[in-house]
Design a protein around this ligand. Structure first.
Ligand code: GLC
Length: 424
């Protein structure tokens, strides 16, 4: 089918959609996790879709942790649950859940070329597009411009520099009465977020990607151990003891109250930190995450969220229409401006309004295009178990339950057992 014909069909579907009468209007159920102001955004976008299509949308709100969402979704999908039509899916889930999702390659053929090819590629499993991208994600090092200037510092380039600056500013500011101030916040809880953070420390120190593209387990090496030992030294010194249970929103809470010099977080914290009610509005900027040593390159873990239509949905057509809307230009632009979420549509990186309102976004194109994918393609259906073994080993190390060397050795043995005669 020619592209023009596809466009014409898509247009006809859209016109048809806008003529939906109450009698053939569907109620579409979307399961999604939410952090920050995601719920407000989703509600506004669902309303706009209802206005255009006549279909109504119901949200099933899930816990913020991607690991908890995954556990629940896997159960529902295994039970062929028809009650949820659309799942908002993490970039890493495609290979594990592919068989439960509708192939969107044909229905969205006219708009797929508008997205960055690598992002579409990340959701392709055996030639099927199992989810369509809402936004991509790559973290930043947030830093307080005012505090760095006051103490005569530049944003750090290496993790050791970050540590030294954080120690110094934390000490001096506390001596001046800022007793709540911490040097560096990151996500240290035992969940997928810690896999992202620790992968960055290890890759940026030359320690590999836990499991390499060819499936080999590389994580037990001296560079990785040194990176984890360094992170362990932050706990209770420049990072609060509570870090061992911190997820994204816990770190943002401390940061946005004005109680930290540095924070590792995703771009959503940028819009929120500059919100009219934020105590740190205008006082911070972002840069790329530090490197292990000069000459090494910064590593940002590739994140991002997509929408997948369940094979067990009884409202497939309407669900695909909603996915088309939520991943399209209007919705992505709204999301970029309101929540500083990185669009996956190439044209939006030329959009003057986005650049003016959220200057992080055009700056971050290069960062996400070079971001490090987690080994979800390499470990196939075992990614979640692999990641869970990894974050457990890292969380234990941070908590002082065994040294980095001991924990990585044990991790290697456990991953070898999980892999057995090849990742499946
Ligand atoms: C962000 C990323 C997602 C990642 C999660 C970890 O939401 O977009 O890919 O898995 O953080 O907490």
């Amino acid at each position: 089918m020619s592209l023009d014909l596809r466009r014409a069909i898509a247009l006809a579907c859209l016109v048809g959609a806008s003529m939906t009468t109450a009698a053939d209007a569907d109620e579409i159920v979307v399961a999604s996790g939410a952090i920050g102001t995601d719920l407000v955004e989703l509600a506004a976008q669902f309303d706009a879709f209802t206005e255009q299509s006549g279909h109504t949308v119901k949200l099933v709100s899930m816990p913020a942790s991607t690991s908890e969402q995954f556990g629940q979704y896997r159960l529902w999908l295994a039970a062929r649950n028809p009650d949820v039509d659309i799942y908002r899916t993490d970039v890493i889930w495609a290979p594990q859940l592919a068989r439960h999702f509708v192939d969107l390659k044909e229905p969205l053929a006219d708009v797929i070329p508008n997205h960055f090819p690598a992002i579409i590629e990340s959701q392709m499993v055996e030639g099927r597009l199992v989810a369509a991208p809402m936004y991509t994600d790559a973290p930043a090092l947030y830093y307080r411009k005012d505090l760095l200037e006051k103490h005569g510092k530049k944003p750090p380039e290496t993790w050791d520099e970050l540590t030294a600056i954080a120690v110094e500013i934390q000490e001096k500011e506390r001596a001046e009465g800022q007793s709540q101030l911490w040097g560096f916040l990151f996500q240290g809880a035992a969940y997928e977020g810690l896999t992202c953070d620790a992968l960055e420390w290890i890759v940026s120190s030359g320690g590999g990607k836990i499991v390499e593209e060819d499936g080999s387990i590389s994580v037990n090496n001296p560079q990785a151990a040194a990176a984890l030992t360094r992170a362990q030294s932050w706990i209770g010194s420049i990072s609060p003891g509570g870090t061992l249970a911190y997820k994204e929103e816990d770190t943002r809470g401390v940061w946005q109250a004005g109680n930290a010099v540095f924070m590792r977080n995703w771009p959503y914290a940028y819009a929120l930190g500059n919100g009219t009610d934020s105590p740190i509005r205008g006082k911070f900027d972002v840069t790329t995450l530090p490197v292990g040593a000069e000459g090494q390159s910064s590593a940002a873990t590739l994140g991002g969220w997509n929408l997948a239509v369940s094979e067990y949905s009884e409202h497939r057509q309407a669900a695909i229409e909603l996915v088309r809307y939520m991943t399209g230009e209007e919705a992505q632009k709204y999301r970029a401006i309101q929540n500083s979420r990185l669009p996956t549509l190439m044209s939006l990186y030329e959009d003057a309004e986005i650049a003016e309102k959220q200057p992080l976004i055009p700056r971050w194109q290069e960062v996400f295009l070079n971001a490090v994918p987690r080994p979800s393609a390499a470990t196939k259906g075992s990614y979640n178990e692999m990641s869970s073994e990894f974050w457990t080993a890292v969380n234990n190390t941070l908590a002082g339950r065994g040294t980095a060397e001991e924990n990585l050795k044990r991790l290697e043995a456990r991953l070898t057992r999980l892999k057995r005669d090849g990742w499946k």
